[in-house]
Structures are given as structure tokens and as C-alpha cells.
Design a protein around this ligand. Structure first.
Ligand code: E4P
Length: 223
């Protein structure tokens, strides 16, 4: 399973990249609005850090023509830009044209498996079901990921499923089990996934035992 970093913060993206776990980045207008840097240079800097790995960038148009204009501009900023398009009828029309122009798209704000199916049929490269926002309104975000994965498998659909709006570690492992291709994970959550109290206790114990043994014999490691 691939992991994308759900952030527009360059420092956090570089830190995640140093961990060797970042297969791509997703941004959205809310994440971009938190950064001081102008949009274009921010996306270009993120794209440069990621090399040939995909970076999703989103415009704000709601009509097909506007989406197409924004998408063509965004796609020129860097070769690894993927254009995020909202899941609407206008969005689907834009995705269809962009797929013919070989501009990669990530259809965002997906809340049902049917929406994911339509986005894939229109030619989306990625579809992003939002797990957390569904859970927030007492609906099962994981079920949408599971159903989408089953439908895509049934019909050999090539679009990749990005489990998005991921809020806690269980969302990541459960969407991996459900065969999502990708989970896009906020940086703080990556650290939650790394840490375990037994790992920390184990390290402490090994250190204490080593220190005790050092009093009696030479077990230093050269550094
Ligand atoms: C990713 O593509 C989405 O924009 C993001 O995961 C949304 O997450 P949120 O629901 O926590 O804002």
C-alpha cells in the first residue's frame, strides 16, 4: 500500500520524506491556506521535494470551463502535479477532457462507492473517498472504501483508491485491509503510527540492562 502525506507544509513533507514512507502528497485549499508561501511556488517546491512522485493540487472553480482552465495551469507548474477535481457533474465533464489531454486527476470529496465508480468511468487517475468526514456524520467511511475496492476489482478498473480524510491509525490499517491502493495521512498521524508504548518501554529496558552489564564486562560498540 502506498502512503501519501496529507499536508501542504514543506517542513512536514520533508520530514515524512526522510522517513522513507512518502509515496506522494495531497493538498487541498484548507491546507494551502495555512501556509504563508504563495500557491504556485509552494506547489512547485513540494513537487521538487517529491521528484517524480505525485502531488495533488486543487483549484476552486465549480464550473467545467473554470476547472479546465485551472487544471491546465496547475499541470504546467510541475510534471508530477495531479489536479484535484470535486465530485460533481461539472467535475466529471472536466475529468473526461483532462484524461483525454493526459492530465492526471484526483476526484475529491467522494462519499459513496457510486460516486467513485462514476469518477473512474470519467477517466480519473485517483478517486478519494473521505473516511473521516463520513464517520463524523455517523456513516461508515470504511464501508465506502471496501465497496469501492470490491467494485474496482470486479471490473478491473484502473483508477487508484486514495483513502482520504484519515483521522486515526485504524483508518490506515483498515483501509489497507480493504485494498485501498493508497492512504493519505496527516503528518501527526504518521507519528501516532510510529510510536508504541511497548517499543518505548523495550528500548528503555535494553538500555538499562546494557548499562548494568557494562559495569562487569567490555561491551562497548565503536561509534
Ligand atoms: C485529501 O485529499 C483530503 O483533502 C483530506 O484527506 C481531507 O481531510 P479532512 O477531512 O481531515 O479535512
Amino acid at each position: 500500500m502506498k502512503l501519501f502525506i496529507d499536508s501542504a507544509n514543506l517542513k512536514q513533507i520533508k520530514e515524512a520524506d526522510a522517513l522513507g514512507i512518502a509515496d506522494g502528497v495531497t493538498t487541498n485549499p484548507t491546507l494551502v491556506s495555512k501556509e504563508e508561501q504563495d500557491f504556485k511556488s509552494l506547489i512547485q517546491d513540494i513537487c521538487a521535494v517529491m521528484g517524480d512522485r505525485p502531488v495533488s493540487a486543487e483549484g476552486i472553480s465549480t464550473d467545467t470551463e473554470g476547472m479546465l482552465k485551472e487544471a491546465r495551469t496547475l499541470a504546467k507548474w510541475a510534471p508530477n502535479v495531479v489536479v484535484k477535481i470535486p465530485m460533481t457533474a461539472d467535475g466529471l465533464k472536466a475529468v473526461r477532457v483532462l484524461s483525454q489531454e493526459e492530465i492526471k486527476t484526483n476526484v475529491t470529496l467522494i462519499f459513496t462507492a457510486n460516486q467513485a465508480l462514476l469518477a473512474a468511468k470519467a477517466g480519473a487517475t485517483y478517486v478519494s473517498p473521505f473516511m473521516g468526514r463520513l464517520d463524523d456524520i455517523d456513516q461508515d467511511g470504511l464501508l465506502v472504501v471496501k465497496d469501492t475496492a470490491a467494485i474496482f476489482e470486479n471490473y478491473d478498473i484502473r483508477a487508484e483508491i486514495i483513502a482520504a480524510s484519515v483521522r486515526h491509525p485504524l483508518h490506515v490499517s483498515a483501509s489497507a485491509k480493504a485494498k485501498a491502493h493508497i492512504a493519505t495521512v496527516p503528518p501527526a498521524l504518521i507519528h501516532q503510527m510510529i510510536r508504541h508504548p511497548l517499543t518505548e518501554a523495550g528500548i528503555k529496558r535494553f538500555f538499562q540492562d546494557w548499562e548494568k552489564a557494562k559495569q562487569q564486562k567490555d561491551i562497548e560498540i565503536e561509534r
